[in-house]
Design a protein around this ligand. Sequence first.
Ligand code: PLP
Length: 319
Amino acid sequence: MKEVELIDYIKGHRDSISPVQEVQDVALEGSGVRIVMKRDDLIHPVISGNKWRKLRYNLSEAVMQDHHTVLTFGGAFSNHIAATAHACHSAGLDSIGIIRGDELKDDELNVTLRQAKQSGMDLHFVSREAYRRKAEPDFLEELKALHGRFYAVPEGGANGLGVKGCAEILPEVDESYDVVCCAAGTGTTLAGLRLSLPEGKRFLGFPALKGGDFLMDDVERLVAESRLRTVSPSASLELINDYHFGGYAKMTPELWAFTQSFQQRTDIPLDPIYTSKMMFGIYDLIGRGHFSNGTVILAIHTGGLQGWLGMDERRRAAV
Ligand SMILES: *Cc1c(COP(=O)(O)O)cnc(C)c1O
C-alpha cells in the first residue's frame, strides 16, 4: 500500500485538515487577548491529536520496510497505546504493547488497555526496572527474541518520524497569531512545532510532568533526529513549568472545575492530562497580564480525550 493510501485508509476519510477555531469565551472579554485553537482532537476519536501526527510516518515506514508487527511502549492509561492499537488494527498491522508495571498483570484491565486489546494489541506487562530500559538496543534485541521481528515505535511516538508528523501542524494554520502554546510529555510535538514555527512568534511549552526542564534538551535532540530544517533558526522555546498540578496524570479539584467550566462556556472538551493544564496555564497567565493587549494566542489542542475514560473509571473505583 502506498503511503497516502495507507493514511486515508487508517483515518477513513480524505482531505480532512483539523479546523482552527476561535475560542468564544465570555471569560476572555475585556482581556485584550484572543485565543484560536487548532482542533487536532477532532482528527479521530481514538487515534487523536498528536498521537496521529506521531504515528502516521512511523506506520508508513513500518509498511515500507515490510513489517507486519509494530511494537511500542506505554503506561496503563497511555493515549499512545490506545492510538497505536487502533491505528495498527486499521492498517492491518499486528501490534504489541509493552506496558509499564508487571504488578498490573493480574489486575482487571482498565478501559484503555481493554480497548487496546479489543483492537488486537498483544499486551505484555514488564517491571518498572525493565521498562526503564525501553530505549536500549539490548532490550529491543531481547524483545525480538521473544516476539519475533517488529517495527519499534518509542514510547509516545518520540522519534524523528514522530517529529516529522508534528511539523505539519502549523503549516495547516492560515489564521494569524503571535504566540503558539502547546502541552508537552516527551516534547516530540514541541520539536515538530519548533521546526515549523514562523519567524517572530513566541513559543510556549506547558510540561504535564513535574520538573519539565529536561524537555529543553529532549526537544533539541528530537529536532536533530528528524533531520528537518527549521523555518526560524532563532525561535526559542519557553517552558512554563508552573502548571503541572503535582505531576503526570494528577488532577486537582481546581483543575477539574476549570476544565468543566471551560467546556460549558466554549463547547470545547479538554483532556485531563495535558490540554486542561495548558489551558489553565494560558488563562492564568492572561489574568496576570502576561500577554500584551491585542495578542492572539494559537493553542494546539493535542487531543487525548480518551484519557477521560481511564480517569472516570479510577474515580468511580475510588468512591
Ligand atoms: C501524548 C500527549 C501529549 C504529549 O505529546 P508529546 O509529543 O509527547 O510531548 C500532549 N497532549 C496530549 C493530549 C497527548 O495525548
